[in-house]
Design a protein around this ligand. Structure first.
Ligand code: CND
Ligand code: ZN
Ligand code: ZN
Length: 375
């Protein structure tokens, strides 16, 4: 029984930006009050993790254990924890739900103020870390840190899921699937018969396509600079695929022409500010909505003429597809078990955890959609 004791285990530590991950033996302290220690069984690799490796997220703390798309089993709980117990299958939540802050009590908001996304402490909510390596403090990452055999999360950052959940699949619900799918169904609120354009066909963009299809879109235009992504996009429901490199005109002109005046909904799923503006310009002049899903470098800004909005367009964005995480994740998992949607196609590769650097390499060179690391 490991409850109450320090656990020594393997983790992928990023000592500084621009470096490969190092598999290290770390110590994971027991959970304090209102905290949960989780044995991670599987974790996906999302581009946001890579943005941190690349140093694009200003003020992120290093050394750090990244990873925010995992699934696992509760090993032990701290005092006062009531929503999970040892042995429960769980998904860590990179966007917590404290249930009390203004972000949580607003029915239309899913952004909890206790989230570390804006604060970037790299710590638990009590401002300390549960990870050490060779006596050095290692930081947490956005309330999750799934690139480790064991992690500790605040109770508000973990959801109990169905006992039958296949953890190697449902880890996709921890970020990629929910973020993309929710961007279509919750954030854009795509309607039957509407037209959509999805920029960037990674795990996030493909999940947007799944959402657009479920919502009954009549046209789903999938856009990527990598032709290899088109097969999957079509499989998920894209009606047309466009590579901007095949055209001399700017991509928004191409989309405007293909749709006789712009799509109802466009989605930026890359993290490129130029493409965010392209997405806006691709939408209908007065009833179009552009949804920003991609995470752009923190120092960047958007620049476009206000007239683009005055004519009636909408630009919006969301984290985690607008889902209130702790309430919605268990239902998403149950829906997956009931085969209301599939995430299998999102997972292009599975690797043992210690090959994490290979997984990131495949993301960077465009070979993979999602790689799931298995412990
Ligand atoms: P991934 O890198 O797998 O996909 C991006 C796709 O965009 C790739 O297929 C590229 O080929 C393509 N691409 C790159 N440049 C261009 C371009 N100029 N024009 C067209 N296509 C291009 O990334 P992912 O799907 O894992 O993540 C996508 C973004 O979403 C990324 O910025 C990530 O940080 C962000 C994100 C957001 C959220 C959220 O809650 N909003 C959560 N997780 C990740
Ligand atoms: Zn993510
Ligand atoms: Zn809150």
């Amino acid at each position: 029984d490991t409850a109450g004791k320090v656990i020594k285990c393997k983790a992928a530590v990023l000592w500084e930006p621009g470096q490969p991950f190092k598999i290290e033996e770390i110590e994971v302290a027991p959970p304090k009050a209102h905290e949960v220690r989780v044995k991670i069984i599987a974790t996906g690799i999302c581009r946001s993790d890579d943005h941190v490796v690349e140093g694009l997220i200003k003020d992120n703390k290093y050394p750090v254990i990244l990873g925010h798309e995992g699934a696992g089993i509760v090993e032990s709980i701290g005092e006062g924890v009531t929503t999970v117990k040892p042995g429960d299958k769980v998904i860590p939540l990179f966007l917590p739900i404290c249930g009390e802050c203004r972000g949580c009590v607003e029915p239309k908001s899913n952004f909890c103020y206790k989230s570390d996304i804006g604060r970037k402490t790299g710590l638990m909510s009590d401002n300390t870390s549960r990870f050490t390596c060779n006596g050095k403090r290692i930081h947490h990452f956005i309330n999750t840190s799934t690139f480790t055999e064991y992690t500790v999360v605040d109770e508000m950052s973990v959801a109990k899921i169905h006992d039958d959940a296949p953890l190697e699949k449902v880890c996709m619900i921890g970020c990629g699937f929910s973020t993309g799918y929710g961007s279509a169904v919750n954030v854009a609120k795509v309607e039957p018969g509407s037209t959509c354009a999805v920029f960037g066909l990674g795990g996030i963009g493909l999940s947007v396509i799944i959402g657009c299809k479920v919502a009954g879109a009549s046209k789903i235009i999938a856009i990527d600079v990598n032709n290899k992504k088109f097969e999957k996009a079509k499989e998920f429901g894209a009606t047309e695929c466009v590579n901007p490199k095949d055209y001399e005109n700017p991509i928004h002109e191409v989309i405007q022409k293909m749709t006789n005046g712009g799509v109802h909904y466009s989605f930026e799923c890359i993290g490129n500010t130029n493409i965010m503006v392209s997405a806006l310009l691709s939408s209908h002049v007065s009833c179009g909505t552009a949804v920003i899903v991609g995470v752009a470098p923190s120092v960047s800004t958007l620049s476009f003429a206000p007239m683009l909005l005055l004519t009636g367009r909408t630009i919006k964005g969301a984290l985690f597809g607008g889902f209130k995480s702790k309430e919605c994740v268990p239902q998403l998992v149950s829906d997956l078990i009931a085969e209301k949607f599939k995430v299998d196609g999102l997972i292009s590769h599975k690797l043992p955890f210690n090959e994490i650097n290979k997984g990131f390499e495949m993301l960077r060179n465009g070979e993979s959609i999602r790689t799931v690391l298995k412990f």
